[in-house]
Design a protein around this ligand. Structure first.
Ligand code: NAG
Ligand code: NAG
Ligand code: NAG
Ligand code: NAG
Ligand code: NAG
Length: 394
């Protein structure tokens, strides 16, 4: 009805424009305008009545049929569970999930377009442990994190499938294992595990720095020093160098041309430190990862070349090209030195912390070159615990 009247008004409006007497036509125009507005209001209100009527009918219909009205159900649950809450979106409550790597990497590569955060964001350091089984240095790490603001760090552990970290519910490592897959050392599955750690950590929007650690790694400075060093750095710390020997350039494959040239081929320790922007790039990449998967096979080790080379190709200026994890290669051979109980003395630990060399940091220099060190044998734990407060400052 209302719709029809609207149409009539419009037609009479066009008729009135041909009326000669202007004052009469103005009066007519105002009257027509009023009628038109009233018509629109009636039209709108009756159509919303109709909508509501139909909604009610649908609801009754589904209830009568014993079916679940999903709209209604979700609304009710959200009040209790708060399923679309900001809190669980910016930091998943639970590290368990059933996403495949493809799904996980896709989700982790999502980046907000908006620069400001709608919450007060404290940059977090994500400590990512890549381990086969137990963490023998756990008591040392517990001491390192003790009393620290837990808004400033988060922990992720990738162990072999089936392994469960046995820690009490008061530990900072409690329920910090991510869904893992089997890792064959030296193969591309090691890079997969690294990406899996990065991707899980990226789901927390507060994580800003991502450090990869092993079970034989220890922190050699206290938490606040590590936190300030990493969050204050304009560079990421991924060791990257051109090794002209057969252990460097010798592992390059010409099948990677034209995307990767020999001049861009880099080598470096797998124990990287990345900022958020670069971590997203690593997780989002498929093209270069696929080239490594296809053409970097033993005696080429993807974990020593993929990230250093990828950064060299696109983000070289953002990389410090050095690692913050100390390791001793002075003995030669394929494996670095392992430090045993007998090696742990105050002067030895001091020499790892500062050896008189300066390292570049932002636009200047710092006497602190390394924040972490490896490899420590489980037997080194007790002597190290003895030195934490005196030497390492925690
Ligand atoms: C876990 O640790 C507790 C105490 O440290 C020990 O009693 C228990 O047997 C351990 N459980 C497993 C499955 O290793
Ligand atoms: C690291 O190397 C890249 C290129 O290889 C260079 O552009 C960058 O400046 C280097 N980083 C530092 C901190 O010198
Ligand atoms: C560690 O101890 C072993 C055995 O005592 C020794 O051979 C090695 O040189 C020591 N390493 C360092 C870095 O002191
Ligand atoms: C000190 O550490 C730096 C960085 O790792 C290394 O290049 C240098 O050779 C070390 N110097 C001594 C005297 O050990
Ligand atoms: C710890 O230090 C004390 C003295 O500083 C020493 O007597 C003790 O043997 C040390 N323990 C270990 C396990 O090194």
């Amino acid at each position: 009805m209302a719709r029809i009247r609207e149409k009539e008004e419009l037609e009479s409006w066009s008729n009135s424009s041909v009326t000669k007497d202007s004052s009469i036509s103005l009066l007519k125009l105002i009257t027509i305008l009023i009628i038109f507005v009233v018509g629109v209001v009636i039209g709108l209100s009756s159509s919303s009545h109709i909508d509501r009527y139909f909604a009610l009918r649908t609801q009754q219909f589904s209830l009568n049929n014993g079916a679940i009205d999903t709209t209604q159900q979700i609304v009710v649950n959200c009040e209790k569970e708060d399923c679309l809450s900001m809190k669980s979106f910016i930091r998943p409550r639970n590290l368990c999930h059933s996403m495949t790597d493809d799904e996980l990497f896709w989700r982790a590569s999502l980046v907000p377009q908006k620069e400001e955060f709608p919450f007060s964001r404290v940059p977090r350091v994500a400590f990512m442990f890549l381990t086969r089984g137990p963490l023998p240095m756990l008591p040392l790490w517990e001491r390192f994190f003790k009393g620290q603001n837990n808004a400033k760090f988060s922990i992720y552990v990738h162990a072999l499938p089936g392994f469960e970290l046995n820690v009490t519910s008061t530990s900072v490592f409690y329920r910090r294992q991510i869904p893992s897959q089997h890792v064959k050392w030296g193969s591309v599955s090691l890079v997969d595990a690294e990406k899996r750690l990065l991707a899980n950590a990226l789901l927390d929007f507060s994580n800003e720095r991502f450090i990869l650690l092993s079970e034989s790694c220890i922190p050699i400075y206290n938490f606040l020093t590590v936190y300030k060093y990493l969050t204050g750095s304009t560079h990421s710390f991924v060791e990257a160098y051109d090794d002209p020997s057969r252990y460097g350039r010798g592992r390059y494959s010409r099948h990677m041309l034209p995307d990767i040239k020999l001049a861009d081929w880099r080598k470096g320790s797998q124990w990287f430190e990345l900022n958020r922007a670069l971590a997203v790039k690593i997780v989002a990449d498929t093209k270069y990862y696929t080239l490594f998967k296809k053409y970097c096979r033993p005696s080429c080790y993807p974990d020593e070349h993929f990230i250093p080379t990828y950064l060299q190709l696109f983000f070289g200026s953002l990389n410090a090209n050095r690692t913050v994890t100390y390791v001793d290669w002075s003995l030669g051979g394929p494996h670095p030195a392992t430090f045993m109980a007998g090696n742990i003395t105050e002067s030895f630990m001091q020499s790892i912390r500062k050896n008189g060399t300066l390292c570049s940091y932002n636009s200047g220099n710092t006497p602190i070159c390394h924040l972490f060190a490896r490899k420590f044998d489980p037997s080194a734990l007790q002597p190290l615990l003895n030195l934490t407060s005196k030497v390492m400052g925690y």
